[in-house]
Design a protein around this ligand. Structure first.
Ligand code: KG4
Ligand code: ZN
Length: 334
């Protein structure tokens, strides 16, 4: 079963193909129109999807060596995300499904991230998974395919937002996450004891806003321009505070829930320290830590194809009259 997946929920235009759950190819195009605004401009994002999507789909098909008439199903993100952006991919996919006479699957973007390590690894069930991106920071227990239980999320900023805000305060290019990661590698994470919010052992939630305020107050007192070595130390110290907050919750989750793997996904799963610490935590429990390769941590069509395959291979097609659901949240909170 070959599934084409389409992702247009935010500012990346993606298409990917999986065959029986195995990655064939994917192409993702980041939209550069947003850089000068320091954030995503929704109207510009949907316009860019309109021009990029047909090209990206053609490229993904060519890369996979699959002709359009060999597709057995089409999947697209139906939410959560920006409504104008979601509609571009969703209507494109529905049109393709109708034209080719193949079933359609409307996919939850967060679910797709959560299962995305399975594109490149054997992902055993049950597993504990965390999606950490610019819009989400959520911890799940996944007992079996399709059975997702959300245990915790952020009370305020997403982990990626925290990285991006630290980057912005340090005057780094947007998005700040990859830059903070790069500079932190050369800095001293012990230089500044930034606070890690501890919400107690009754919750799996995290909070990131205290760190942002602490970084802001510190940076305001620094001489201008902030010396490069100091920027590296602030980046390293802030990164450590973010990673410690996430790791503490993951450790608690693993203590209390049966898991044969720890799966991390979303843009922040590219982070060097997070990957290293998650690997260490998982190893201490005798299980693997599984991450997508960096391009598949980000928003991409392959993870949408995979989640679509999970649904369509179980006969769960989505009716073509569905619309985009910007605040889609199909998972029950614990
Ligand atoms: O999953 P993603 O590409 O898009 C969504 O938000 O859905 O995630 C983007 C987020 C941004 O906040 C970016 O700064 C962060 O992931 N990010 C990183 C790294 N690479 C991307 N954060 C920390 N370290 C990284 N290496
Ligand atoms: Zn995402």
């Amino acid at each position: 079963m070959i599934i084409l997946g389409i992702e247009t929920s935010c500012d990346d235009t993606g298409a990917g193909l999986v065959e029986d759950g195995r990655l064939l190819a994917h192409v993702a195009r980041a939209q550069d129109v947003h850089a000068e605004y320091g954030g995503v401009v929704p109207e510009l994002a949907s316009r860019a999807h309109i021009t990029l999507l047909p090209v990206v789909v053609q490229e993904a098909l060519a890369k996979a060596g699959v002709a359009l008439d060999r597709i057995d199903g089409v999947a697209a993100t139906m939410g959560p995300g920006l409504v104008g952006s979601l509609l571009v991919g969703l209507e494109f996919a529905k049109g393709l499904s109708l034209a080719r006479g193949v079933p359609f699957a409307g996919v939850n973007h967060v679910e797709a991230h959560l299962v995305s390590p399975a594109l490149e690894h054997d992902l055993p069930y049950p597993f504990v998974g965390m999606v950490a991106s610019g819009g989400h920071t959520e911890i799940y227990h996944v007992a079996e395919p399709g059975s997702y239980r959300r245990l915790g999320s952020t009370r305020d900023d997403a982990a990626g937002e925290a990285f991006d805000k630290v980057g912005k305060l340090l005057g780094l290019p947007y998005p700040g996450g990859p830059e903070v990661d790069r500079l932190a590698r050369q800095g001293n994470a012990g230089a500044i004891p930034f606070p890690v919010a501890r919400l107690g052992n009754e919750t799996y939630d995290v909070s990131m806003s205290g760190l942002k305020t602490a970084v802001k107050l510190l940076v305001e007192k620094e001489p201008r321009p902030i010396p490069d070595a100091r920027v590296r130390d602030i980046a390293a110290s802030a990164e450590r505070a973010i990673v410690v907050a996430l790791l503490e919750r993951l450790a608690l989750t693993l203590e209390r829930h049966p898991a044969r793997a720890l799966a991390l996904a979303g843009g922040c799963a590219c982070n060097t320290l997070l990957r290293a610490e998650a690997t260490r935590l998982a190893a201490s429990r005798g299980i693997p830590a599984l991450f997508p390769s960096p391009p598949l941590c980000r928003d991409n069509g392959a993870m949408i194809a995979y989640a679509g395959w999970l649904a369509l291979s179980r006969g769960l097609a989505t009716p073509l009259d569905v619309s985009a659901v910007p605040n889609l949240d199909a998972f029950a909170a614990a």
